[in-house]
Design a protein around this ligand. Structure first.
Ligand code: NAD
Length: 365
């Protein structure tokens, strides 16, 4: 008999995990979502095999239960699970972007013969919903697991086996370490991106031109401010302690920068940027991180009619799909730059090889 996986929350992450599990295992996948529309789409795209009428019905006899809802909802669902009959030996996991409160809440399952292991696949997309789900979403990404001291080792191995179709790299951390690190590299940058956008929107009241000028680079560096407000509200509420500490150290950092500018300390300002550049340039480029990557390739193109169709034609010839194309600069008589966005690192690498063979100058920033 096929094993049963029950996924709750059929959005981007829940849907992608369902597809990744299906790639490697012959399973029966049940899905539950409060949105009938998401359920309907998940069934029609064959992301799930069955949509039980209730959360309780879905849980019944499931070998693996994955909670892929916003983090505040995940806490509530764990409480509900504690009231249901769960299959002996079942593994329960979640995908939430915060871990301490979820792992603490999961202690309510301690009297059940099941194992809860917190999880966070550190990859995403700017889209949400099951339509955006992809089996390869987590390829090359880090997938953090947060077992506790007495978690059954066999269950950790089994969970990794269940999830091997994600092709992610598994790392075990304590929930506290996870929240501290995810706070610094993902949650806090989302706060800063949103506040940069607020700053511009306030200036716009007096200087309407600012929005038009912000259209290019500013829009790019603040793209994470367009992520789901519901998801980010929940994450900030959950990771309060780490974020308050980060805000304190950021405020001190900004005070130092303010003093450097007030004192016109050119040398120290240079060092400030140089050190940031050196550290950033040393960050790995190939792994997916907590902030969704764009697989962008930049191509120098002459200002000549037909050049864009030539570039896209080369990609089409090699069956490489683009997710976006943008002309960054064209002025009379100078080279323009095309920014091509791909779905994966592999597509970008192949595109680079084929475009270079056709004498295009390409580079990755
Ligand atoms: P999403 O909005 O695409 O999907 C969430 C789904 O959960 C929706 O379909 C919603 O209808 C459903 N849902 C909400 N409450 C529910 C409930 N009580 N019962 C059943 N279904 C319910 O969001 P997503 O991006 O898939 O995020 C889901 C989780 O994954 C969040 O906890 C988030 O922190 C985590 N996560 C997100 C990303 C990302 O970049 N999007 C990355 C890693 C982890």
């Amino acid at each position: 008999m096929k094993r049963t996986v029950f996924i709750v929350g059929l959005g981007l992450i829940g849907g992608s995990i369902a597809l990744a599990i299906r790639k490697e295992h012959d399973v029966h996948i049940r899905g539950y979502d409060i949105s009938d529309e998401q359920l309907r789409v998940a069934l029609s795209l064959k992301v799930i095999d069955e949509a039980p009428v209730s959360f309780e019905e879905g849980v019944n006899g499931a070998d693996l239960i994955i909670l892929a809802t916003p983090v505040l909802k995940t806490e509530q669902l764990l409480e509900e699970l504690a009231r249901f009959d769960l299959k002996r030996g079942a593994i329960i996991t979640d995908v939430g972007s915060t871990k301490v409160r979820i792992v603490e809440k999961a202690a309510c399952l301690k009297d059940k013969k099941v194992t809860f292991i917190g999880g966070h696949p550190m990859a995403g997309s700017h889209k949400s919903g099951v339509e955006a789900a992809r089996a390869h979403l987590f390829e090359n990404a880090f997938y953090i697991l947060t077992p506790v001291e007495n978690t059954d080792v066999r269950a950790i191995i089994q969970l990794q086996n269940w999830l091997k179709g994600t092709k992610a790299t598994f790392i075990e951390l304590s929930a506290e370490q996870h929240d501290r690190l995810a706070g610094a590299i993902s949650h806090f940058p989302h706060v800063i991106a949103a506040s940069l956008v607020h700053q511009i929107s306030k200036i716009e009241g007096e200087e309407p031109l600012v929005s038009r000028l912000a259209a290019g680079g500013f829009r790019d560096i603040t793209r994470i401010a367009s992520a789901s407000p519901t998801m980010w509200r929940d994450i900030l509420l959950h990771n309060k302690e780490s974020l308050l500490q980060l805000l304190d150290s950021w405020t001190r950092e900004m005070q130092c920068v303010k003093e450097l500018i007030e004192q016109e300390s050119g040398e120290e300002i240079f060092t400030y940027f140089q050190e940031a550049k050196d550290f950033r340039d040393g960050l790995p480029v190939r792994k997916k991180g907590a902030i969704p990557s764009f697989y962008d390739l930049f191509v120098d193109v002459p200002d000549h009619p037909g050049v864009i169709s030539d570039v896209t034609g080369i990609l089409a010839q090699h069956q490489i799909s683009l997710t976006n194309i943008r002309i960054l600069e064209t002025r009379e008589d100078i080279m323009g730059v095309l920014r091509l966005s791909f779905r994966s690192e592999e597509d970008r690498e192949r595109a680079q090889i084929h475009l270079q063979q056709e004498m295009y100058d390409t580079y990755i920033l």
